[in-house]
Design a binder for this molecule. Structure first.
Ligand code: NAD
Length: 259
């Protein structure tokens, strides 16, 4: 048997890339992505690469075959690929709803099913990248909130179903993380710079998260140190969901210094 293999979906960018870099310290890493930058990233970083759309069952079957043929095992599966659609529900089409739900949550169900035998054979583990949007309401993001809430729920269900096979399943909920996904969102707004600043101020740590803030928690849940942790959700949000914003006047002062 060769070194451990970790498969990271959406591994060409952001949180997936930072996670893949950490997991590389423990064995082979295969990144799956639909973005053409996949090949360059994999070459530069020393990862294996597989071009795949995580919404496609056929692509998951190809990935499973590739893993069997090339590596013979799968120890860690990180469902990280995701997409957001920030718009009022009445401006969200059926196609938008399907894209968000298929990318963010159906992919977890289909992918885990297609990798089931490999995960069981390795007594491996699954880590799902959800979001704080699973835990609190968010304006103009009903499809995204639905998808991430479902990811956390599915994490628990699969943890129970896979526990007898020695496979652990956990999730991580990042707060607002400075990645290309968030940059694209701000770029799409007329007052993106201001919106970004307002978001920073909502995080008690006084800054957005980075992909490097999130990756260690994913890697921990994927590693032997996590021992008996399964069905758990780890929130990495700089205190965002720990606080309720009373407004600056409540404590008698002006706006807090965010530095
Ligand atoms: N950035 C944030 O603020 C934030 C906060 C909470 C949760 N998340 C979640 O973290 C995960 C990673 O997001 P990120 O911020 O690193 O985004 P990102 O856009 O930087 O990276 C996402 C990657 O997933 C890939 N991808 C998207 N759809 C795919 C598909 N159908 N098939 C294959 N690959 C696909 C993209 O090509 C991209 O490389 C997502 O699930 C996202 O919802 C992000």
């Amino acid at each position: 048997m060769g070194a451990q293999l970790a498969l990271v979906t959406g591994g060409a960018s952001g949180i997936g890339l930072a996670t893949a870099r950490l997991l590389k310290q423990h064995g082979d890493v295969l990144i799956a992505d639909r973005d053409p930058s996949l090949i360059d990233v994999a070459e530069r970083e020393g990862f294996g690469a597989v071009a795949a759309d995580v919404t496609s069952t056929a692509d998951w079957r190809c990935m499973a075959q590739h893993v069997r043929d090339r590596y013979g095992r799968l120890d860690v599966l990180v469902h990280n690929a995701g997409t957001a659609h920030i718009a009022p529900l009445v401006e969200t089409s059926d196609a938008d709803l399907r894209r968000v739900l298929e990318t963010n949550v159906l992919s977890v169900l289909i992918g885990t099913r297609e990798m089931w035998d490999l995960l069981v054979a390795a007594r491996g583990c699954v880590v799902n990248v959800a979001s704080v949007s699973a835990l609190v309401g968010q304006d103009a993001a009903a499809a995204y909130v639905a998808s991430k809430g479902a990811v956390v729920a599915v994490t628990r269900a699969l943890a129970v179903e896979l526990a007898p096979h020695g496979v652990r399943v956990n999730s991580v909920c990042p707060g607002s993380t400075d990645t290309p996904l968030l940059a694209r969102h701000f770029a799409s707004l007329p007052d993106g710079k201001q919106a970004r600043q307002r978001l920073i101020e909502r995080h008690p740590i006084g800054r957005l998260l980075t992909a490097e803030d999130i990756a260690p928690s994913v890697a921990h849940l994927a590693g032997p140190g996590a021992m008996a942790i399964t069905g758990a959700n780890v929130v990495v949000d700089g205190g965002l969901t720990a606080t309720f914003d009373f407004g600056s006047s409540f404590a008698g002062g002006g706006p807090k210094d965010a530095a």
